[in-house]
Write a protein that binds this ligand. Structure first.
Ligand code: SF4
Length: 289
């Protein structure tokens, strides 16, 4: 179940993918171009394979990893651990239960998802304490924008409700505005009602290849076609950073890879880049209704 990261995912020793494939099929998802998807029959977004989890074998695997050193786990790197089928099959829940049986066997688990199903496991995740963080993706507050870029992803309101549940349950959370999509002026305030921390990421540094993977997917055409091209620029990250810092405070807003590290490894974010002119300190353009 554990795959050594070989350093490509900074801060993590292993990735853990309970599924193969992802039915959310986000248009900007670069996993579709990676070998795990390229050599799999079927178009990305149309399939999900269910891994069988041998609980004893996984527990042994964890212990073996622990004997070799630190065990920081990123779940998941090439799927979403809360596929719709998780509500019936509970593969991710099985993994949480195994981790709960031996808290000394790992250092940290980041649960990266865009599904409100994660709230169904709030009790288990809370029991993991500071060893677990739910990073829930919400890239925009506009359902119209959400449908243009991620038509098969769960609605924003459902994700907001899930975050509220997790917060009420005392689970450590953050929102991953990743990638930043066109959003409205009240988006930071909206997110502040359900989480304390935010990570902002964009295509240009966030796709692991300086934007080349995103460029290969021709994502810019979706902006041009929708007359949103002013958002498809490196300046969007800096403008969004200003807006979110004004609402969350600088110590609660992270950028790019830094925001996905285990919290204990994160660097204090730099102050705003001086290259930004004061007249660039503007609110992002309004998203379409
Ligand atoms: S949810 Fe994640 S893994 Fe699934 S398609 Fe979207 S970006 Fe890719």
């Amino acid at each position: 179940m554990l795959t050594k990261t070989n350093g490509y995912l900074a801060g993590y020793d292993y990735t853990l993918n309970p599924y193969v494939g992802c039915v959310y099929g986000c248009h900007y998802c670069y996993v579709r171009a990676l070998p795990v998807a390229r050599f799999h029959p079927g178009d990305w977004g149309t399939y999900v394979d269910i891994k069988q989890i041998d609980e004893r074998a996984f527990a042994r695997e964890l212990q073996s990893a622990r004997r070799r050193g630190s065990v920081n786990i990123f779940m998941s790197s090439s799927t979403d651990p809360y596929q719709p089928v998780e509500s019936r099959l509970h593969r991710t829940r099985q993994i949480l239960d195994i981790l709960l049986q031996d808290l000394d066997a790992f250092d940290f688990l980041l649960i990266q998802t865009r599904s409100p199903l994660v709230a169904n496991d709030a009790d288990r995740i809370r029991a993991l304490g500071k060893k677990a963080l739910v990073s829930l993706t919400i890239e925009t507050d506009s359902e119209d924008v959400r449908k243009r870029f991620t038509p098969h992803a769960p609605p924003i309101a459902a994700r907001m409700r899930a975050l509220a549940t997790l917060q009420d349950e005392g689970v450590q959370t953050q929102v991953a505005v990743s990638p930043i999509l066109p959003f409205g002026p009240q988006f930071p305030e909206l997110l502040r009602t359900v989480t304390q921390d935010v990570v902002l990421d964009d295509y240009f540094t966030g796709d692991g290849a300086n934007g080349r993977r995103t460029a290969a997917l021709q994502i810019h055409r979706r902006y041009h076609a929708d007359e949103l091209s002013k958002w498809y620029t490196k300046a969007t990250l800096h403008r969004a950073y200003q807006r979110f810092v004004a609402v969350f405070g600088q110590q609660h807003v992270f950028r790019n890879q830094n925001g996905f590290l285990p919290p204990a490894m994160r660097r204090a974010e730099d102050r705003l880049r001086p290259s930004l002119r004061p007249d660039e300190a503007i609110q992002p353009p309004e998203a379409p209704k």
